[in-house]
Structures are given as structure tokens and as C-alpha cells.
Write a protein that binds this ligand. Sequence first.
Ligand SMILES: Nc1ncnc2c1ncn2[C@@H]1O[C@H](COP(=O)(O)OP(=O)(O)OP(=O)(O)O)[C@@H](O)[C@H]1O
Length: 310
Amino acid sequence: MRLEDVRLRYGRSGPWVLRGVTARLDPGEVAVVLGRNGAGKSTLLQLCAGVLRPARGRVVDRPRHVGWVPERFPADQPCTVTRYLTAMGRVAGLGRADTDRAVDRWTDRLGLTPFREVRLPDLSKGTAQKVGLAQAMLRTPGLLVLDEPWEGLDSAARGLVPELIDEVLADGGAVLVSDHRGETVRLPGARHWTVADGLVTEEAASGDGAVAVVEVAVPAARVAGTVARLRADGHHILRVREPATPPTPVLVPPTPVPSSSVADPSAGRPGAPATGGPAGAAEPSVGVPPPDSGSTVDPARSGRPGEVAR
Ligand SMILES: Nc1ncnc2c1ncn2[C@@H]1O[C@H](COP(=O)(O)OP(=O)(O)OP(=O)(O)O)[C@@H](O)[C@H]1O
């Protein structure tokens, strides 16, 4: 998605809130929107989500399915959580059965199952916020726009936000998120956009051009999210190996070690770097050891130009 010289003001004679914003967000990227109160963060997010239209300039290549989570979930509609989410699933273009499945999945995932028959106005602020997150995820969005998504959530639920972001990124989507509480430290790979004086500036990516190979072992269930996060951080994923069947432990009697030998202090230690990668190679890689156990490469992404770094 690209913003081309976008300008916006509220009302014909109001001051320009955004006065010539040019920015770009590619699939697999997450950008955190920062800025002082009143700078125009929510305005920018609403523009990106398609809730507001620019007075001048244009937003192009916005993904078809946008998940929009406003800062305050409009919980004044007199229907239950289930009815609301079902209606939103249909609005998002899901069929009846897919809607029901998505509502079951996301109410369960966000701990909303006990509240399904509660009317929206009777929900606490944090629970209503979770309903807002659920409706945005019913149909995996190509662009997820979150305005202060951590607001009102308890600590357990706050941990879910990066998970949802990972899932969107892993699915090839992009994410834009505002944050004034510093919660985006949970998104280490995010780009940083700052809104000030009606313009958006981005912190330059650091790096001196040197690259290295890093092999990382992660629980199988976290592979997609980890890959998404590393991609969002600008890393090139060389391959993802299938998890190996753990070797059957064999008990052997201890062998006396000659006094002249030197033990490798990192051998067998949890967290010790895995070996077996291309020694001395100069590209970052992510893998699940052991080597040569077959590889799974996302065909939609591998080898695509622009995949390496921004
Ligand atoms: N619906 C509206 N009508 C008129 N002015 C508005 C409207 N919404 C926002 N503004 C004004 O636009 C400017 C930017 O507001 P916006 O909510 O985008 O800022 P923000 O950076 O998100 O602020 P905060 O950090 O306080 O949430 C402010 O001066 C605000 O008063």
C-alpha cells in the first residue's frame, strides 16, 4: 500500500492535519505509528484503513481485506457478541459456515466464549476491545490497522496482540499499529513512522551492510510467527527445516577423558549455537536443526526480489 502526497483536514476550512504524506508499507511489514497527542496518528490510521478519504493525494494498492480496530470499540450497538461478530463475518464476505467457524475460533482464542451472549453495551472496556480485535481477524486481513490495540487489555490479553500481528504477517499481510504506551517493544522488527507537523518520517534502518548466518531453533508451533517477525525485521529467510524426530537416548558408560583434551564448553548446552550451517557463508538463515532433514520453503515467498531487505 502506498500513500502519495496525502492531505487531510476535518472540514473545509479546518487546519491540515496531514499535509503531504508519502509512505509505503509492503506485504509482510509492520509499522508502528508514533507521535505526540493530537499529531494525527489516528487520522493516518483511518486513512490507511479506508475509514477516511484524503482531501488530496491518494492511497493506492490497499489490500482488499482490511481489518480495522479503532482506539475505542463502538460498543453501543444493542446486540450480543455472537450476533455482532456473525454480522461482521458476513460483511467481510464470509459464507454462513465460514462465519460460524471464524466466530467460534476467535471467540475461543480471545477468551470471549463466556461473553458470547452478553450484549455489547454490557461488556467491560477490555472485553469490548477484544471483540474489536476478533471482528478484525474473522477474515485474515491483507492489512491490519490497530489504533492503540493494547488499551484496556489485561496483561494476558496484551500478549495476544503480537501473536495476531504475527499471523497476519505470516499470511503475507501488512500491519500498521499506533502505540503511546511503549507496548511495541513487543514488536522488535517493526518499522517506526513518526507523525509530526502533518508529515510522516521514518527512522532510517541501521546496519553497515555486513551480513551473517544465524541458525535459530524455535518450537514448531511458533515457526510461522517467528519467520514473519524476522521477515518484518528485514531478514532473508533461507529455509525452514522440518522438525526432526528426537533421537532415541542411548545409555553408554562414561569414557575416561584424557587430561590433554579440551572440552567445548558450549556443546549440548541449551541455547548454544547450532552447527552444520554453511560455515563462513555470509547470509542470514533461520532453521530448525538438525541439518539435512529436508526443507520446507514457502514457495510464494522464496527467491522473490525484494525479499532480502528493505
Ligand atoms: N472528527 C474530527 N473532527 C475534527 N477534528 C478532528 C477530528 N478527529 C481528530 N481531529 C483533530 O485532528 C488532529 C489529529 O487528531 P488525531 O486523533 O489523529 O491525533 P492522535 O495523534 O491520534 O492523538 P492521540 O495521541 O491523542 O490519540 C487533532 O487536532 C484533533 O483535534
